[in-house]
Structure formats: structure tokens, C-alpha cells
Ligand binder design. Structure first.
Ligand SMILES: Nc1ncnc2c1ncn2[C@@H]1O[C@H](COP(=O)(O)OP(=O)(O)O)[C@@H](O)[C@H]1O
Ligand SMILES: [Mg+2]
Length: 237
């Protein structure tokens, strides 16, 4: 496996991290739309989305037979597939890649599950270093309120029920997220994560994110927007 962490690619990679409910997907979607509207070539890749391991992951989760190690290895396989198919090719082609969760998610979650920190870091040695790795920092209670008010159900592994922290799923989720938060905090200095105050209103955060991104993409090419023939006939209000 190639080591990419110190290699430079002409494209730019922006990643978002934070506990569940920190607002990272909201911010990345807004950034994505804006970059596209500006005319940049933008690609998106999401944690745990590779078709390669989908069936295995689903089976393991449904039957609740995943151990911290097998869970970690499945995610690493998912990531290896996406880095080779979805992340490196656009980076080589001078495009922008946006990743919703990156290796730091593995470092936070797997270590919270009891996996050895240096083992999991070594496992992901083939990752590309992000241009900017945003970390959406939010107190646990703020994130929990957002999650619990917007979602009907929390899933078994998402709540860390496999760790036996509590038989109550909400309590387990809280304890698991707390452990993850501790791991993220350690990584701010270790990896130079770019911290965003995720308690701020959505627009304020987005403004900061764009200010940081725009400085890094100056040399990238913008493409003219495709001419939409039918737009000239669109009804004017
Ligand atoms: N800055 C914010 N203030 C208040 N609510 C927010 C903020 N950002 C996101 N949310 C809401 O919190 C919930 C979780 O956001 P999401 O972006 O899915 O978080 P994540 O991807 O980090 O789990 C959503 O309902 C979203 O609308
Ligand atoms: Mg999300």
C-alpha cells in the first residue's frame, strides 16, 4: 500500500470531523453548493459508503457480531476503496474533494472502543493529508439536543451499545460520544485540526469555513457555468 500522507497532489482535500450532531454535514453541504456555484470541480466522499463492504457491514451490524477490531478493519477497507476510487483521482486532476468524516473518525471511534491508538493510526498510513481538516467543536449536551430532537432512533453501534456502557440506549450514546469527544480533543494538536466553534449559528460558521477554504484554492481552475438554453424561457416572477 502506498503512503500518501506526505505526498502533494494538485487538488485540494477538505474534511469535516466532530461528534454526531456537531453540524459537520450541514456545513459541508453548504460549502459543496457554494464551490459548485463558483464553478470549481468538486467531488464528495462520505465515511462508510463504499459498496465494497456494504453487505458485510450490514450483516455484521444486524447480527451484532462486530468486534472493535473487525469493525475497525471494515472501516479501513471502506476507506481504502474510497481513497483509491473517489479521493485520489480527483486530487490528481486538480479538483476539490470534500470528505464527510475522515481518518480522525476512525482514530476517535475505534480508540473509544478500546482499539490501540498507534495500531489504528498505522492502519491508515495510506491516507492523504487533508489540505484542511475542520473540527466542529461542540459541547456534548448541545450535540445531544440536536441529535435527539432531529432523529427518532439511535442505532446499536452508533450508541456504542457493543461496549456495554449502559443498557439504556440514550445513556450509552451519551457515554460513547463523551469518549469520542475526548479523543477528538487530543487530535487537535496532534494533527493540527482547524477548530470551528460549532455552537455558532449555521451561517456564521459557514462564513468562517469559506474564508479558510478560499485561501487554499486560489490556484485552482474555475469552469464556466454550462449555458442553460431553457433558462431564458423560465417564467420571471
Ligand atoms: N449551528 C447549528 N445550530 C443549530 N442546529 C444545527 C447547527 N448545525 C446543524 N444543526 C442541526 O443539527 C442537526 C445535526 O446536524 P448535522 O449537520 O447532521 O450534524 P453531523 O453531520 O455533525 O452529525 C441537524 O438537525 C441540523 O439541522
Ligand atoms: Mg453527518
Amino acid at each position: 500500500m502506498n503512503k500518501y500522507f506526505n505526498q502533494e497532489f494538485p487538488g485540494k482535500l477538505f474534511t469535516v470531523e466532530g461528534i454526531d450532531g456537531s453540524g459537520k454535514s450541514t456545513q459541508l453541504k453548504l460549502l459543496h453548493q457554494w464551490l459548485q456555484n463558483e464553478g470549481y470541480g468538486v467531488f464528495f466522499s462520505e465515511w462508510n459508503s463504499s459498496p465494497l463492504v456494504k453487505t458485510t457491514t450490514r450483516r455484521g451490524k444486524t447480527k451484532q457480531i462486530l468486534t472493535p477490531t473487525t469493525f475497525s478493519l471494515i472501516h479501513a477497507t471502506d476507506f481504502a476503496d474510497r481513497i483509491e476510487r473517489e479521493i485520489i483521482p480527483p486530487l490528481k486532476a486538480s479538483a476539490i474533494v470534500l470528505a464527510d468524516r475522515y481518518i480522525y473518525t476512525a482514530f476517535a471511534r475505534d480508540v473509544a472502543r478500546g482499539v490501540d491508538p498507534s495500531w489504528v493510526r498505522k492502519l491508515y498510513e495510506f491516507a492523504v493529508r487533508p489540505t484542511i481538516a475542520f473540527y466542529f467543536k461542540v459541547p456534548l449536551n448541545v450535540a445531544l439536543d440536536r441529535i435527539l430532537s432531529s432523529r427518532a432512533q439511535i442505532k446499536y453501534y452508533e450508541a456504542g451499545m457493543d461496549l456495554g456502557l449502559s443498557s439504556d440506549i440514550k445513556e450509552s450514546f451519551k457515554l460513547f460520544q463523551e469518549k469520542i469527544l475526548i479523543e477528538y480533543e487530543k487530535m487537535i494538536d496532534e494533527y493540527g485540526l482547524t477548530v470551528v466553534d460549532a455552537t455558532l449559528p449555521i451561517n456564521d460558521q459557514q462564513k468562517k469555513v469559506r474564508e479558510i477554504v478560499v485561501k487554499k484554492i486560489k490556484e485552482l481552475k474555475k469552469f464556466p457555468k454550462p449555458f442553460n438554453y431553457f433558462s431564458q424561457f423560465a417564467a420571471k416572477k
